[in-house]
Unconditional design. Structure first.
Length: 214
């Protein structure tokens, strides 16, 4: 495995991704993020010097190759509005293919609580929400399940984190994680970021899909 402290962030300009980038830089990592359109980030000079940007498209192998070269791990917070065609399984497959080419094993991604696995012990309310999402956005839910199957069939050391409603803000609460049941109805972007970055050095949830909440 690549022993560099350089990590690749996909979706780094999104609502959660911005916090992931900032959190990783604060913890001393070097970050390279993939963006469609470069936007300036207000960072202290020491942090700004450890951030690099690849302008490209997550659907393009050449963009992914440029992003991943020399990286030790990938954090993927790529997102799309529910009304757009879901491409999570396609994106994840392409990332994993380029990770294998680059010799990277660690992958950390996010999904929603509608992803239901055998052995889950969701509450009645959580099951109702999952059914509602499957009814309103069936293609989204099906694609998220395909994404999981892509990960499961790979050789990567992946973690796919199931998120409840995500709210804007740093948070600061202790994040609770559980492999089978929801641990809260909401979580703040800052808390999501700290949990995701923490997984870079924590093997507990490798090849697992924990729920998190505040």
């Amino acid at each position: 495995m690549n022993q560099s402290n350089l990590i690749a962030v996909i979706g780094g300009t999104g609502s959660a991704g911005r916090y992931v980038v900032s959190c990783a830089l604060q913890q001393g990592y070097r970050v390279r993020m993939l963006v469609r359109n470069a936007r300036p980030m207000q960072l202290p000079p020491d942090m700004a010097g450890r951030l690099s940007v690849v302008q490209g498209d997550v659907m393009r192998f050449d963009s992914l190759r440029e992003l991943l070269t020399g990286c030790a791990a990938v954090i993927n917070t790529f997102g799309r509005p529910p009304q757009e065609e879901p491409v999570y399984s396609v994106v994840t497959r392409r990332i994993l293919e380029e990770m294998e080419r680059a010799g990277i094993r660690r992958y950390i991604g996010v999904t929603g609580t509608s992803l239901t696995l055998q052995g889950d012990r969701k509450s009645v309310g959580a099951r109702l929400v999952s059914r509602m999402l499957r009814s309103l956005h069936p293609q989204f839910v099906e694609d998220r399940l395909r994404e999981l199957h892509v990960l499961q069939s790979s050789a990567a050391d992946w973690t796919l984190v199931r998120l409840p409603m995500v709210k804007e803000g740093q948070g600061g609460c202790a994040v609770k994680a559980d492999i089978a049941r929801m641990t809260g109805n909401r979580v703040y972007n800052g808390d999501v970021a700290r949990f995701l970055v923490g997984q870079l050095q924590d093997p507990e949830y490798i090849r697992r899909c924990p729920f998190i909440g505040s």
